[in-house]
Write a protein that binds this ligand. Structure first.
Ligand code: S3P
Length: 173
């Protein structure tokens, strides 16, 4: 399927870029975090605190599976931890073209330092946590992705142009 799937660490811009890209390529936008929140009628933070991270990860896998039923192609932004399960990476590859929006830890920290909606970053030293998690996750994101787009210090227009170039290339080959 020719969905365009955006992956990457929290704060890399998946939802902002996803919404703008959705207009540019005329495919509706969906976001796995929002789909899960709507289905569960709870915020991600409440799911983490009441049911724990593992339960949330199960919801993510179910959510990705449910997207195969969509008839229309979409721009899909997925939660930062979703590609960590190898099963999910395999599902994403079947679902469409996976783009990794790669951001430096400093960029992410600047964007998320006052954020309270990411339970995994509500800790004493979020800067260190971001660096450590990125060290572990970057190779996983790279493995999951067909293409990598660096987002640091780029305009949204530039990022969208790069994504369009890469996805058109995929479609024409
Ligand atoms: C998570 C990323 C979040 C959300 C949850 C866990 C992660 O999504 O799914 O807080 O493990 O990286 P965003 O990447 O959209 O912030």
């Amino acid at each position: 399927m020719s969905n365009i799937i955006l992956i990457g660490y929290m704060g890399c811009g998946k939802s902002t870029i996803g919404k703008k890209l959705s207009y540019a390529v005329r495919k509706p936008y969906v976001d796995t975090d929002k789909l899960i929140e709507t289905k569960e009628k709870k915020t991600i933070s409440t799911i983490f605190s009441e049911q724990g991270e593992e339960a949330f990860r199960e919801m993510e896998t179910a959510c990705i599976k449910s997207l195969f039923a969509q008839k229309q192609e979409h721009v899909i932004a997925v939660g930062g931890g979703l590609p960590l399960r190898s099963q999910n990476r395999a599902l994403l590859k079947k679902l469409g073209t996976v783009i990794y929006l790669r951001a430096k830890p400093e960029t992410i920290y600047e964007r998320l330092k006052t954020d309270t909606t990411r339970p995994l970053l509500q800790c004493a030293d979020p800067k260190e946590k971001i660096s450590q998690m990125l060290l572990q996750r970057a190779p996983v994101y790279e493995e999951a992705a067909a293409y990598v787009v660096d987002v640091d210090n780029k305009s949204f227009e530039q990022i969208i142009k790069e994504i369009k170039e890469k996805t058109d290339e995929t479609i024409s080959h």
